[in-house]
Design a protein around this ligand. Structure first.
Ligand SMILES: Nc1ncnc2c1ncn2[C@@H]1O[C@H](COP(=O)(O)OP(=O)(O)OP(=O)(O)O)[C@@H](O)[C@H]1O
Ligand SMILES: [Mg+2]
Length: 222
């Protein structure tokens, strides 16, 4: 038996204020089990990234509740949320968000707590080697291709051994062969570490490999 790692309860999200509002999510309910791989699909602008940001506590819902490992995160302070992120969540952002003046390896080690950094060089290097970037450890993001930057971003999401990985189009810049390789690495990590993976993708072949597909359409789950 395994518990739920993420639960959305009647989540609505409206962006903007007063006259200029966008109602993105209109009452969404779902839960994701520990060790489950779920893809989130839907048209551009349907709210997939918004769901990732909400689950990470980086965006606040307009109404409804979100639970991470059964803890309601809806009313938490920024510092409480950041603790939950550090403990549980690895995020691969759609636009990578690599820090431009840090090397590939430094970017991977960025989210480690200061006191952990001493012993984690080997871990960061072996993650990057696994991702085919052993020869790029000391390169800056500007010296990496788009696909290489994406692989650094994926490696970074795993360094804290998250229980939940939120990956927003993690293969969007990769060719088919590299995409599949990244998916295999993410799936292997997930299966081997009792981790949940939420994978936003436009790629139907990748979505089909997941345990379940959540489709967002017109602000609801289709
Ligand atoms: N900060 C914001 N303020 C206002 N509107 C926003 C904001 N962020 C997103 N939106 C709007 O909310 C909708 C959903 O955006 P979101 O980024 O979640 O879509 P998406 O499904 O990830 O799309 P894509 O597939 O293109 O990445 C879009 O119409 C977008 O314009
Ligand atoms: Mg998006």
């Amino acid at each position: 038996m395994s518990g739920e790692s993420i639960k959305f309860q009647n989540i609505s999200l409206v962006y903007g204020s007063d006259t200029n509002t966008t109602e993105v999510l209109k009452g969404i309910d779902f839960s994701i089990n520990e060790n489950e791989i779920v893809s989130v699909v839907g048209p551009s602008g349907s709210g997939k990234t918004s769901i990732i940001m909400l689950a990470a506590g980086l965006e606040k819902s307009t109404s409804g509740s979100i639970f991470i490992h059964n803890q309601d995160i809806t009313g938490l302070t920024e510092s409480e949320l950041s603790l939950i992120r550090r403990r549980h969540i690895g995020i691969v952002f759609q636009s990578f968000y690599l820090i431009p003046n840090l090397t590939a390896k430094e970017n991977v080690m960025l989210s480690l707590e200061a006191n952990k950094k001493y012993n984690m060089d080997d871990e960061a290097e072996s993650l990057l080697e696994n991702f085919g970037l052993g020869h790029r450890l000391d390169h800056l993001p500007s010296e990496l291709s788009g696909g290489e930057q994406q692989r650094v971003a994926i490696a970074r999401s795993l360094i804290n051994k998250p229980t939940i990985i939120l990956a927003d189009e993690p293969t969007g810049n990769l060719d088919e062969e590299n995409s599949q390789h990244m998916i295999d690495l993410l799936f292997n990590y997930t299966r081997g570490n009792k981790t949940s993976l939420v994978l936003v993708t436009h790629d139907g072949d990748i979505a089909k490999q997941c345990d379940r597909i959540i489709e967002i359409r017109d602000g609801k789950i289709a």
